[in-house]
Design a binder for this molecule. Structure first.
Ligand code: SAM
Ligand code: DTB
Ligand code: SF4
Length: 395
């Protein structure tokens, strides 16, 4: 009998040549073994107690000309979602401020477009600039982008672009008819070429087989670069969409999908994404044990429900999890010679009066006194590039 030890880094090479059979074999492992491997991969690159927290806002809802069979925002399905115009900048900023005060580190703006019109780009760019100036990471999901559009969003300060593959290339034609997989791959390559970080994942629970879930994961892992964030959505079934009434996916199959994503893309944030409102705490806990380290936070996704922040805060408390500090803060500290981040704690903890729950960092090395707390204690003016990101009024 072998001793149970974390697996070494050599066990999780960064590969882009996975076969479907290899991924299927991973998905078929005994669950404890799969979780052990995923847990080892998780610990190589991340603090297992930290979860990155993003908040979503639908800045342009409904009326979409596409026919994605899962989506409540497609104009052709009768789902009760009302089409709206693009939101005003001030309204978006008010929502971003609320998200920041609640503890989010990333703000993702979604639009129900096939692709943005060139005339929409300056308006979205203004949203990105102003949200970024609040000290939040920015993400947008606006449909297909040209190279020039991706460049303009990057210039406005966009950090991430979300564009999902959604499903196995083999199943794709059954789910979406108004654009093909190559269109998605082209947008992702424009996004990468513009120097944006990619957020790319898919949906499970759409009636696919395990082999097809393996196909989705294989295609994600074999992209030219692993996506920086990988949202794994469980289908939110909405009355009026063609996929309403689909037989529900076995929750353990969902956990297996998360674990395989963690093993295949060990350095990516794996997001336990849509569908959490329908999951109990135990299932979510298993997903975190399987290597999920990111969530959408806030009571709404785009048009459907998400657990409210009270429930999520209680879940974090029960599981001993804490929000991941804004990556930029971490990487800036990482860049200071002689400093090492050895741990972080929930709660700001630096002496200010915030209650945002943004983690503080424990740092050792030269100059550590100045940087030993993630909070500036309200003593220095806050700019997007410095300060603790805790959201308190003093910092
Ligand atoms: N219109 C843009 C597009 O399709 O790229 C951006 C918004 S779209 C709603 C973003 C993603 O949300 C989709 O690619 C899909 O993965 C996810 N999504 C949409 N409806 C969903 C549902 N009912 N359940 C789970 N995920 C869903
Ligand atoms: C992603 O992968 N999931 C999010 C985000 N990217 C944009 C969207 C989920 C949408 C769920 C259905 C809705 O709320 O309309
Ligand atoms: Fe439109 Fe995006 Fe929904 Fe597809 S997923 S119908 S493109 S909003």
């Amino acid at each position: 009998m072998s001793a149970v030890r974390p697996l070494p880094v050599e066990a999780f090479p960064i590969r882009h040549d996975w076969s479907r059979a290899e991924v299927e074999a991973l998905l078929a492992l005994p669950l404890p073994e799969l979780l052990h491997r995923a847990g080892s991969a998780h610990r190589l690159h991340f603090e297992p107690g930290e979860v990155q927290v993003s908040t979503l806002l639908s800045v342009k809802t409904g009326g979409c000309p596409e026919d994605c069979a899962y989506c409540p925002q497609a104009a052709r399905y009768h789902t009760g979602v009302e089409a709206t115009k693009l939101m005003e900048l001030d309204d978006v900023l008010a929502k971003a401020q609320q998200a920041k005060a609640a503890g989010a580190s990333r703000f993702c703006m979604g639009a129900a477009w096939r692709s943005p019109k060139d005339r929409d780009i300056p308006k979205v760019a203004a949203m990105i600039r102003e949200v970024k100036a609040l000290g939040l990471e920015t993400c947008a999901t606006l449909g297909m982008l040209s190279g020039a559009q991706a460049g303009a969003l990057k210039d406005a300060g966009l950090d991430y672009y979300n564009h999902n593959l959604d499903t196995d290339p083999e199943l794709y034609g059954d789910i979406i008819h108004t654009r093909d997989m190559q269109d998605r791959l082209d947008t992702l390559s424009h996004v990468r070429d513009a120097g944006l970080k990619t957020c790319c994942g898919g949906i499970v629970g759409m009636g696919e087989s395990r082999r097809q879930r393996a196909g989705l994961l294989m295609t994600l892992a074999n992209l030219p670069a692993h996506p920086d964030s990988v949202p794994i959505n469980r289908l939110v079934q909405v009355e009026g969409t063609p996929l309403a009434g689909t037989v529900e996916l076995d929750p353990f199959e969902f956990v297996r999908t998360i674990a395989a994503a963690r093993i295949l893309m060990p350095r990516s944030m794996v997001r336990l994404s849509a569908g959490r409102a329908e999951m109990n705490d135990e299932l979510q806990a298993l997903c975190f044990c399987a290597g999920a380290n990111s969530i959408f936070y806030g009571e709404k996704l785009l048009t459907t429900g998400n657990p409210d922040t009270l429930r999520d805060n209680a879940l974090f408390e029960r599981l001993g999890l804490r929000p991941m500090p804004i990556e930029e803060v971490k990487s800036q500290l990482d860049a200071i010679p002689g400093l090492t981040i050895v741990g972080s704690e929930g709660g700001c903890g630096g002496g200010c009066a915030c209650s945002s729950g943004v983690a503080s960092l424990t740092i050792v090395g030269a100059a550590s006194e100045a940087a030993a707390s993630g909070c500036c204690g309200g003593s220095t003016p806050r700019t997007p590039e410095d300060g603790c990101g805790c959201g308190c009024s003093g910092c």
